[in-house]
Design a protein around this ligand. Structure first.
Ligand SMILES: NC(=O)c1ccc[n+]([C@@H]2O[C@H](COP(=O)([O-])OP(=O)(O)OC[C@H]3O[C@@H](n4cnc5c(N)ncnc54)[C@H](OP(=O)(O)O)[C@@H]3O)[C@@H](O)[C@H]2O)c1
Length: 263
């Protein structure tokens, strides 16, 4: 067993794991010798799990539905979970006042409520064993309010603060937290978001690279920056930073925010 698997294994649970960042976690964790329970609302998660070259199970569960956690509890009943990755997340690109109510509900349930519930479920046994980790996939948009993705940005700040605060409270227990302040990454969701890649300031990162580096840094600090630009943004005056990230984000979506508009 690798040092990583001894510290954070033998099993991990990853939500939103059928593709994108969550799949990158599942692949990397299997590579590091952990068994992985992949949770996703997309039924393809079962085939994805059985194709992984290691111990893996797929579970179909929609984190926006009440009862999803009971399904995870059932599927993980015989597993010792040393690493929980609250990765599933959804967003809405557009002006806050134009966001449909259904999007608001789903974003709050999946990004916020499901992350809280996952922490409440996964952390106590880890604390009892004196080892483990709780990871959340946050975003650069968590650092300051980001126009164009206002509610998404607020929920990513929510999970960032949650992981940081829990990390402080768990100091000395052997259990760590990590909020991954992720840059834009090439994933199916990102590709389908209407983004114009030509208008991005920096190219989208490979999620496998981001995940590998984040896992290498697990245990160092509860907040992990995916690139130097985000770390620099975090150091700016907030008012300046809101302008920088909001201009960059709305620029990426010319179909929604007309160039030269007031967004
Ligand atoms: N990509 C980026 O640029 C970027 C940047 C910063 C942070 N992030 C964060 O990274 C995480 C993963 O994003 P991604 O880009 O990898 O997205 P993705 O390509 O859509 O993959 C996410 C997976 O989660 C699933 N999912 C969505 N809602 C779910 C729910 N209610 N219950 C269960 N599974 C659900 C999706 O299923 P469906 O296909 O059915 O929707 C999909 O399989 C999110 O938290 C996102 O906010 C992404």
């Amino acid at each position: 067993m690798t040092d990583f698997a001894e510290r954070y294994g033998p099993w991990a649970v990853v939500t939103g794991a059928a593709q994108g960042v969550g799949l990158a976690y599942a692949e990397e964790l299997v590579e590091r010798g952990l068994g992985v329970l992949l949770v996703d609302r997309d039924p393809k998660v079962e085939g994805v799990a059985s194709d992984l070259p290691g111990e893996a199970r797929g579970l179909v569960a929609d984190l926006a539905d009440p009862g999803w956690l009971e399904r995870v509890e059932g599927a993980a009943a015989d597993l010792e979970v040393g690493l929980a990755v609250a990765n599933a997340g959804v967003g809405y690109v557009g002006r806050f006042l134009e966001m449909p109510a259904a999007s608001r509900e789903t974003i709050l349930r999946v990004n916020c409520d499901a992350t809280v519930r996952m922490a409440e479920w996964a952390l106590p046994p880890m604390v009892e064993r004196g080892r483990g980790a709780f990871v959340v996939t946050s975003s650069g948009s968590a650092l300051v309010g980001t126009a164009g993705v206002a509610l998404y940005s607020a929920t990513k700040a929510f999970v960032l603060n949650l992981a940081e605060a829990i990390g402080w409270e768990l100091r000395g227990t052997g259990v760590v937290t990590q909020a991954v302040v992720a840059p834009s990454m090439s994933t199916p969701a990102f590709d389908q978001s209407g983004v114009d890649r030509e208008r991005m300031l920096t190219p989208a990162a490979d999620p496998r690279d981001v995940v590998r580096r984040a896992l290498d840094a697990l245990g160092e600090a509860p907040c992990w920056y995916g690139d130097a630009g985000l770390e620099m943004l975090a150091g700016l005056d907030r008012r300046q930073a809101v302008d920088v990230i909001s201009a960059a984000t709305t620029r990426m979506y010319p179909g929604v925010f007309e160039p030269g508009g007031d967004a």
